[in-house]
Design a protein around this ligand. Structure first.
Ligand SMILES: Cc1ncc(C[n+]2csc(CCOP(=O)(O)OP(=O)(O)O)c2C)c(N)n1
Ligand SMILES: [Mg+2]
Length: 318
């Protein structure tokens, strides 16, 4: 780990944290509509994974995809505007929280449906392979999504066709209010790669450095020898499932214990202990994140709403 990479990882995680806190705040004020799923607590999975990808790589996110989009390099101001439903948003304000996309930076879309990221990534990877391009496609999905048929179909297809896909499971052990142990006979998600003869590993998804190194190595391996790889990143969702969540399915003690493993605080602390970053430098990164998110909120709230007459400009099928 060097200073430059440590700063990039930390700043991305801080931007994601502040982005999510602001979205939550403005949602509560009624200034953001629809629903949204925050990824507070899971920042290392997004930052570690997406910083290990290149700009040309494709990334498909989930309904909880703000962090991945930010980490992949989307313009934060235009993403905030999208969530506020403004015409300056990345999808002209017509998509909202669960339809964030910007193909110029390889963000090929979040998805309100649980599961499609895996199949869409197979399609993108097949295109890269057929064109002989040195690019990979990464699909984020949750532990709950691995119970969908599309997970097994995509893994099988990717394996038999040797597609350059990174299957990234953000295992926060809950699908809405249901704990993984209530819906999976074998809770080691990594084992689900065995019947498809795919390489797989499980890592601490709250360790940004480990996530980065694991994904970076897997990406290099895939480019050398086209094949899919499954990486299970164990983490925890500190936020509620979506806009309303009484947390009746988990204890305060469980949440507190995971707050102790906060991916930002632990990484910053380790970098300071190892002398890679000083406390003043990590504080400066927080200040930079605060400033950038404040500017994004200003940009979003000062932008106009889309015009009704422009609605059909973005409809591609009749
Ligand atoms: C096909 C489908 N089934 C059900 C839902 C409702 N739903 C939205 S999020 C969610 C839980 C998904 O859990 P997981 O995949 O673990 O992701 P997490 O929310 O934990 O990030 C469900 C069931 C949906 N959006 N799509
Ligand atoms: Mg989950």
């Amino acid at each position: 780990m060097n200073k430059e990479l440590a700063s990039r990882l930390l700043l991305k995680m801080m931007l994601i944290r502040r982005f999510e806190e602001n979205v939550q705040y403005y949602f509560t004020l009624g200034m953001i509509h629809g629903t949204c799923h925050l990824c507070i607590g899971e920042e290392a999975t997004a930052a570690g994974t997406c910083l290990a990808l290149e700009k040309d790589d494709d990334m498909f996110a989930t309904h909880r995809g703000h962090g991945a989009a930010i980490a992949k390099g989307i313009d934060i101001r235009r993403m905030m505007a999208e969530i506020f439903g403004r015409s300056t948003g990345v999808c002209k304000g017509l998509g909202g929280s669960m339809h964030i996309a910007d193909k110029d930076v390889g963000v090929l879309g979040a998805n309100g449906i649980v599961g499609p990221s895996m199949a869409l990534a197979c399609g993108a990877a097949m295109a890269h392979k057929m064109r002989g391009e040195k690019r990979v496609a990464a699909a984020f999905f949750g532990d709950g999504a691995t119970n969908e048929g599309i997970f097994h179909e995509s893994m099988n297809l990717a394996s038999i066709w040797k597609l350059p896909v990174l299957f990234i499971c953000t295992n926060n052990t809950y699908g809405m209010s249901t704990h993984i142990s209530k819906v999976m006979a074998d809770t080691e998600i990594e084992h689900r790669a065995i019947p498809f003869k795919m390489k797989a590993c499980t890592i601490d998804g709250n360790d940004a450095e480990l996530v980065y190194e694991t994904v970076r190595a897997a990406r290099a391996e895939i480019l050398e020898d086209p094949q899919p790889i499954l990486i299970v990143e164990n983490t925890y969702r500190i936020s509620g499932h979506s806009k309303s969540d009484g947390n009746l399915y988990r204890t305060k003690e469980e949440i507190s214990a995971w707050k102790e493993k906060d991916p930002i605080r632990t990484f910053a602390g380790r970098m300071e202990a190892q002398g890679i970053l000083t406390k003043a430098e990590t504080d400066a990164l927080w200040a930079e994140a605060d400033e950038k998110i404040r500017a994004a909120v200003d940009f979003a709230t000062q932008s106009p709403y889309p015009k009704v007459e422009d609605l059909y400009d973005s409809v591609y099928a009749e």
